[in-house]
Structure formats: structure tokens, C-alpha cells
Design a protein around this ligand. Structure first.
Ligand SMILES: [Zn+2]
Length: 176
């Protein structure tokens, strides 16, 4: 396959001509002369036509693992970025709803758990090794830690409605 990819036209044209001429000699008992040359040219044309068709179809026939990742990666990254924003927005909204007593604590915890599961899926997907990865991961982890009531300075867990850290006294509200 490498050889064909390197010299596709030449190799295939010669092969087509050879096949046609062998057919001419074997089946029609043609001796070397104009008819055989014409037959060879016909085979060459057929082979080049086949090559043109192959080139058109090539992108659809390729091994999926050989597909270029370059042009597709940024699209996937944008999708993940959108998902991440949606998750962060959702977390902010339920935090606000909970603080305004619009939702019960049980619902708040349940929703938070779901958002956290979704965030973990996004992080796993980003684990492919982009430069973006650690950035998004840190942001998400920080946000999730805060949503869970963890102190941004010392990381100790506080009640979700606490304004100051019970361990270091750091302000919890400011970072939200
Ligand atoms: Zn603290």
C-alpha cells in the first residue's frame, strides 16, 4: 500500500497495461503489435480511472484509527469547554437557589452530586493530554471544592452556608 501511495499513478497505470496486455496475449493470442499496444493503453486508462475513483472514495474507506486527529480535536475541546461552562453555571445556580432557600438541602446535595459526576466525566475526557486539561481540571476542582464548602485557603470542609472557615477563619463567600 505504501508503494501505491508513493507512486500511485505510475504503478497502477503500468499494472493496468500489463494486465490488459497479458490478457491480450493469453486470451486473444495477440502478438506484439498495434492491437496489443492499444489494448495496453486501454488497460492503463481503466487503471487510472480506478485510481481517480479510489482517490474520491479514499477518505471514506480509511481506517478510523488513521483519521487525522488535528482538525477534530479543537471541536471536541470546544464541546468540552461548553460542557464545563454548563456544569459551572449549574453549580452556581443551585448554590444561589440553596442560599435563597429556594431548594431544600436534600435536593441541593442531590443536584450537586449529579453535577459532580458530570464534571468528572468531562475531566476524564480531557485526560487525553491537552495543555488545556490541567487548567480546566484545576478550575473545576476548585469550583467543586468550594461548592462542597471547602475553604479556598486551607481546603478544610465547612457547612455549605458558612461564611468563614471554621479552621483558618478565611472568608469563604468572596471566592464564590
Ligand atoms: Zn480554611
Amino acid at each position: 500500500m505504501n508503494l501505491i501511495r508513493k507512486y500511485p499513478g505510475l504503478l497502477l497505470a503500468l499494472a493496468g497495461a500489463a494486465v490488459a496486455m497479458i490478457f491480450g496475449v493469453a486470451a486473444s493470442r495477440l502478438s506484439f503489435g498495434p492491437p496489443l499496444v492499444v489494448l495496453g493503453l486501454g488497460g492503463m486508462t481503466l487503471a487510472l480511472g480506478g485510481l481517480a475513483l479510489y482517490r474520491v472514495l479514499d477518505p471514506f474507506l480509511g481506517d478510523p484509527s488513521e483519521q487525522p486527529v488535528g482538525p477534530q480535536a479543537p471541536i471536541r475541546r470546544r464541546e468540552l469547554e461548553r460542557d464545563k461552562q454548563a456544569v459551572l453555571k449549574g453549580i452556581r445556580e443551585i448554590e444561589l437557589d440553596y442560599q435563597m432557600r429556594k431548594i431544600a438541602e436534600a435536593d441541593y446535595r442531590d443536584l450537586l452530586q449529579r453535577y459532580r459526576a458530570r464534571a468528572m466525566r468531562i475531566i476524564r475526557e480531557l485526560d487525553a493530554g491537552d495543555d488545556y486539561r490541567s487548567l480546566i481540571e484545576d478550575e473545576l476542582k476548585a469550583r467543586l471544592a468550594m461548592a462542597a464548602g471547602a475553604c479556598p485557603s486551607c481546603g478544610s470542609t465547612n457547612d455549605t452556608d458558612a461564611r468563614f472557615c471554621k479552621k483558618c477563619g478565611g472568608k469563604l463567600e468572596a471566592a464564590r
